[in-house]
Structure formats: C-alpha cells, structure tokens
Design a protein around this ligand. Structure first.
Ligand SMILES: NC(=O)c1ccc[n+]([C@@H]2O[C@H](COP(=O)([O-])OP(=O)(O)OC[C@H]3O[C@@H](n4cnc5c(N)ncnc54)[C@H](O)[C@@H]3O)[C@@H](O)[C@H]2O)c1
Length: 248
C-alpha cells in the first residue's frame, strides 16, 4: 500500500458491515487511523478486533447518527483517542420500506430521513469544528444513483439521497474558506447486506452497461481518493460509481 492517507484520522459511520466496513479497512490499509461508528456493537467490535489483528489502526464506537448526544460522545471519544479528526464519511444508511408513499407510512419515512439525511447533517455539526481546529479536512457523503433518478418503491430513500447531493454542495460552499472539502460518492448497486433480500438485483444488472454489481472496495477507492490530498481541488462534486448505469 502507498500510504496515501498516512497520519490522517477519520470517522466512518455505519462502518460495522457492508461498504462502511470496506471503507474502514481500505483507509486504514492506506495509513489512516479510523474510528467506525455504528449501532451494531457486536459486529463493530468484532471488525475492529479483526482489523487490529491485521496490524491496522481501527477502533469501534457506538454511534447512532440520528442522535446529537450520541454524535457528541463519539466525536469526543475519537478526539480523546486519536488527538484530532481529519475527515468524516457519512456512510450510515437504511433503505426504508418499499412500496411508495402510501405503503411507506409516516413513521417509516421519518426513520429513513432521520438516518440518511439528518444523520449526515448532525455529522457535519459535530465534526466540522474539529476539522476546522485541525486546519482543514474532508467530508464524503454517501449518496447513490438514486440521488439522481427517482424510484417509485424506495421513495424516501431516493429523496434522502437527492438531498445529500445538495447538502454536499451547500456544505462545500460554506466550509471552503476553512479548508474543508465536501464531496459525495454515488454508487450504483453494490454487493452488501443491504441488497441481500429486497432489491431487484437481476433487473439492475441487466440495465447496467458493465453487467455486474460493484464490489464494496470499488467504492472505497473513490472514498479514499476524495479524502486524500490527491483530491485537493475537488469540492462540492458527486463521484458516480455505477458501471455506466446513469450514462444510458
Ligand atoms: N448497497 C448498495 O447497493 C448501495 C448503493 C448506493 C448507496 N448505498 C449507500 O451506501 C451506504 C452503506 O450501505 P451498505 O450497502 O453498506 O448497507 P448496510 O446495510 O450493509 O450497512 C449500513 C450500515 O449503517 C448502519 N446504520 C444504520 N442505521 C444507523 C444509525 N442510526 N446510526 C449508525 N449506523 C447506522 C448499519 O448498522 C450498517 O452497519 C448507505 O448510505 C447506502 O444508502 C448503498
């Protein structure tokens, strides 16, 4: 590994499994110290143990991204442990209930918005002061191709992923003077637990020019790039990683 983020300290939300776990491993393999925050304590602690056994600096903390007090505890703990924070990956997300607005119901709508959108907002509130104190940093928001196109079934999900793209731009404008870059990654369908059951994988693959799903690490490489100094003049942008799906 080339150590492209050596010495940097990152928080990855929703890092106990799936893409977040891949981001944590990949960033640590490139020299970063990483704290994964999640509500899945057992999975998160097991993952941190596994990565530490591989010689990587990865720690787990409980973090419910919908809860401001939980953010404060996790961020204070991270600063206590690592000394400072140089970057944040707002990766935690849920798909919500399929079936459109009538099937979904207000509680499910609120739950999806609360994790996917409010979670990223609270993340900015909690972490930006520390990035500023560190002299700058980078944030990556995990949106989706469903932030560009509608989805009749995953109505709230698509709404939150679209919102994340504009939150990315607004935050990029707000924090550029502080040396803080804010970008989004927008994956197509990725092979993770999120897609194990409910999603029409065959239909997606058929409509994807590259005729396959992404592996999590293919998104992790984009996250690494955007957090690294290689992306020093990139802010407010969306990096689409979808095998050509949106190009059709
Ligand atoms: N898998 C895909 O095809 C795909 C495509 C585009 C975008 N995404 C996005 O990528 C991100 C990661 O998805 P994934 O596929 O790895 O899903 P996943 O379900 O495997 O992982 C999501 C993680 O978020 C955590 N999480 C949920 N609610 C939380 C909360 N309140 N606080 C903290 N953590 C919480 C979960 O415990 C889990 O570890 C999500 O934002 C998702 O919307 C996924």
């Amino acid at each position: 590994m080339s150590g492209r983020v050596r010495g940097k300290r990152f928080i990855v939300t929703g890092g106990a499994r799936g893409m977040g776990a891949s981001h944590a491993r990949h960033l640590a393999e490139e020299g970063a110290a990483v704290v994964i925050g999640d509500v899945l304590d057992k999975e998160g602690m097991d993952l941190a143990d596994e990565l530490q056994a591989d010689g990587l600096e990865v720690h787990y903390t409980y973090l419910d991204v919908t809860d401001e007090a939980s953010w404060k505890a996790a961020v204070d703990g991270t600063v206590g442990q690592l000394g400072a924070i140089d970057g944040l990956v707002n990766n935690a997300g849920v798909t919500g209930i399929p079936g459109g607005p009538e099937a979904e119901g207000l509680d499910a709508w609120n739950a999806t918005v609360s994790v996917n959108q409010t979670g990223a907002y609270l993340g900015l509130r909690a972490v930006v002061p520390h990035l500023r104190a560190a002299g700058g940093g980078a944030v990556v928001n995990v949106s989706s191709i469903l932030g560009f196109i509608g989805d009749g079934d995953y109505f709230a999900y698509s709404a939150t992923k679209g919102a994340l793209r504009l939150m990315t731009r607004s935050a990029a404008l707000k924090y550029a003077p502080d040396g803080i870059r804010v970008n989004s990654v927008c994956p197509g369908m990725v092979r993770t637990p999120m897609n194990d059951a409910e999603v029409d994988a065959d239909g997606y693959v058929t409509n994807t020019p590259m005729r396959r799903m992404a592996e999590p690490v293919e998104v992790s490489k984009a996250v690494l790039f955007l957090l690294s100094d290689d992306a020093s003049y990139i802010t407010g942008s969306d990096l689409v990683i979808d095998g050509g799906y949106l190009a059709r």
